[in-house]
Ligand binder design. Structure first.
Ligand SMILES: NC(=O)c1ccc[n+]([C@@H]2O[C@H](COP(=O)([O-])OP(=O)(O)OC[C@H]3O[C@@H](n4cnc5c(N)ncnc54)[C@H](OP(=O)(O)O)[C@@H]3O)[C@@H](O)[C@H]2O)c1
Length: 318
């Protein structure tokens, strides 16, 4: 099995590092593609020994399982670009927040019957094999495809299948979750520094407290409220601190954060459906190369013709 990544950013980098560390696939069987070669994530991927190309089509040719790891609004462009290259063997796995299986299948059905599509929502802790992944299966993917994806994703953390309509909520919780945790850690460390701890020690202690708490919860399977109660002695320091958190709306803030991420994810699907790609996004793909062709100047290329140039170049028939 060969694995490909369209997009070579944070998520692709984290997944490749996790997969190779887990030994589930070797670096020489992985190909990633992105338009720019000077990104830190691209040099990181190259150092890991994977094949890197600036051609999405080449990444498709060289893979059996193909992860779509680009921003949601780029997905329709990528599908038009690689659609003609998708074959029976391909399992397309979209990691993009908000982009539905049906929208991907609809695009690919323009090029071939019964494209095998899966959608997953994971997070960057896959890099240390502590990711949280859910996936949903498309109408043409088979049980074996689900097993294959689960084998890959379970090698880099927790993985389970869900109904697709739960995935946006998962994005709000565990997809965005590491960002909430990093922000909390930064603030906790600030608290430690305020009270006199050196910064490095404060960060380490905060991280260890969150890591330990998460591990305790997973090992004990107790309700988090019970574990919290266990560390609040009557009249003690911790219950005083918790009162402070409650009066600042700590729980509501977290609930609102999950909700906000989930709602934004749904908006991203809407934007992807519109297929209104900004010139900046096109520039990221092939516009620069088009502009470099003799006789083509940036002033002679309108936004509309930019889209056409892009599509013609990739051989897409509208
Ligand atoms: N990061 C996370 O924690 C996380 C978690 C769950 C899901 N996701 C999803 O994963 C996807 C990728 O996220 P990310 O954080 O890895 O984003 P990112 O760091 O911005 O990476 C996106 C990659 O796609 C490349 N790209 C842009 N246009 C392209 C094109 N036409 N063809 C091929 N590659 C292209 C980018 O190159 P340039 O930088 O040159 O534009 C970059 O390498 C998103 O859809 C996101 O919703 C991310």
């Amino acid at each position: 099995m060969n694995v490909g990544f369209i997009g070579a950013g944070q998520l692709a980098h984290a997944l490749v590092k996790g997969f190779t560390a887990a030994g589930v696939i070797t670096a020489n069987r992985i190909t990633a593609s992105a338009p720019d070669t000077d990104l830190p994530t691209v040099s990181g991927l190259r150092k890991m020994g994977i094949n890197f190309t600036t051609s999405n089509k080449e990444a498709a040719h060289r893979s059996d399982v193909l992860f779509l790891a680009v921003k949601p609004h780029i997905i329709p462009f990528v599908l038009d670009e690689i659609g003609p290259d998708i074959e029976d063997r391909h399992l397309i796995v979209s990691c993009a927040a908000g982009v539905t299986i049906s929208s991907i299948e609809k695009k690919l059905l323009q090029y071939r019957a019964a494209p095998k599509v899966m959608r997953c929502m994971t997070n960057t802790p896959v890099v240390v094999r502590e990711g949280a992944t859910v996936y949903a299966t498309g109408s043409h993917a088979e049980v074996e495809d689900g097993k294959l994806l689960e084998q890959l994703m379970a090698s880099v953390g927790f993985c389970t299948e869900v109904e697709e309509d739960l995935i946006d909520a998962v994005t709000g919780l565990s997809g965005s979750g590491p960002a909430y945790a990093f922000t909390a850690l930064d603030a906790l460390a600030d608290g430690g520094v305020k009270m006199g701890l050196p910064r490095r020690l404060a960060v380490r202690l905060g991280a260890q407290a969150l890591l330990g708490a998460a591990k305790m919860l997973l090992d004990s399977e107790q309700h988090p409220g019970q574990l919290k109660d266990n560390v609040c002695s009557p009249g003690g320091a911790t219950i005083h601190a918790l009162h402070f958190l409650e009066s600042g709306g700590f729980r509501s803030l977290l609930i609102n954060a999950v909700e906000a991420s989930c709602i934004r994810t749904r908006e991203l699907q809407f934007l992807a459906d519109q297929e209104k790609i900004s010139p900046a996004a096109i520039k990221k793909t092939t516009l620069d190369k088009v502009l470099q062709q003799p006789g083509v100047s940036s002033t002679s290329v309108t936004t509309e013709s930019r889209v056409n140039l892009f599509n013609n170049r990739t051989g897409v028939k509208k």
